[in-house]
Design a protein around this ligand. Structure first.
Ligand code: AMP
Length: 220
């Protein structure tokens, strides 16, 4: 069973890598950011709360994410593996994640840590575009991930948009959150010897190769 987690700062390319692995191994890509963005589209109390929180770059309340994750991991398509992206983001979530995994009878597996420079992230954040239809991610500041037709998804023909939180101001809050809160998650997993560090400054293909090599070496 391939259970894979990514720990990475915003715009490090974890979504892109997660999508590639999901397609390769036919396992679901579970992104808390994507699930939350869906809910944020609804004109409900919780939808509006999530919309505002995400736009500011802050984290939404832990309890909301726990329910989403447990419900999603309970589905049958996770039995042969899954990729969790964007969770856990703080120490409390990491501790709760263990309990959730136990309840749904799944394993922690690989914890990939994408190491990447802040300067590279700032360049990527302003170029990121996401497909409205299938959530595919592009970057117009990088040749290899620019869509063939401007603003149109290569995969499904959907319209590409720029996320509301993909601006430098919101990025700085999210990056600070990452440094302060996710650093404790990192330590938590480092202690358990389950992390694999990847050089995220490399191209999409080179990062994918580093990840593949680790999975192939371990063989499960
Ligand atoms: P992402 O798509 O992973 O960059 O997440 C975008 C935004 O969604 C974050 O800045 C948070 O506002 C929210 N979010 C995603 N995952 C979580 C989480 N695990 N806990 C709290 N908020 C989250």
């Amino acid at each position: 069973m391939k259970s894979i987690m990514f720990i990475a700062p915003p715009a490090a390319g974890k979504g892109t890598q997660a999508e590639m692995i999901a397609n390769k191994y036919h396992i679901p890509h579970i992104s808390t950011g994507d699930i939350l963005r869906e809910i944020a589209r609804e004109d409900t109390e919780i939808g509006n709360y999530i919309y505002e929180t995400m736009a500011s770059g802050d984290l939404v309340k832990d309890e909301i994410t726990y329910k989403l994750i447990e419900n999603r991991l309970s589905l049958d398509d996770c039995k042969n593996g899954f990729i969790i992206d964007g969770f856990p983001r703080n120490y409390e979530q990491a501790v709760e994640y263990n309990k959730i995994l136990e309840r749904v009878n799944l394993k922690l597996g690989y914890v990939f840590v994408l190491d990447i420079d802040k300067k590279t992230l700032e360049k990527r954040i302003t170029g990121r575009r996401v497909c409205e239809g299938c959530n595919a991610v592009y970057n117009i500041n990088e040749e290899s991930t620019t869509p063939h037709i401007e603003s149109i998804c290569d995969i499904c023909g959907g319209k590409l948009y720029q996320r509301k939180d993909d601006n430098l101001e919101s990025f700085r809050t999210r990056y600070q959150n990452y440094l302060e809160k996710t650093a404790t998650v990192l330590k938590y997993y480092e202690h358990q010897n389950v992390t694999y560090h990847i050089d995220g400054n490399k191209s999409v293909e080179e990062v994918a190769t580093q990840i593949d090599d680790i999975i192939n070496k371990k063989g499960n």
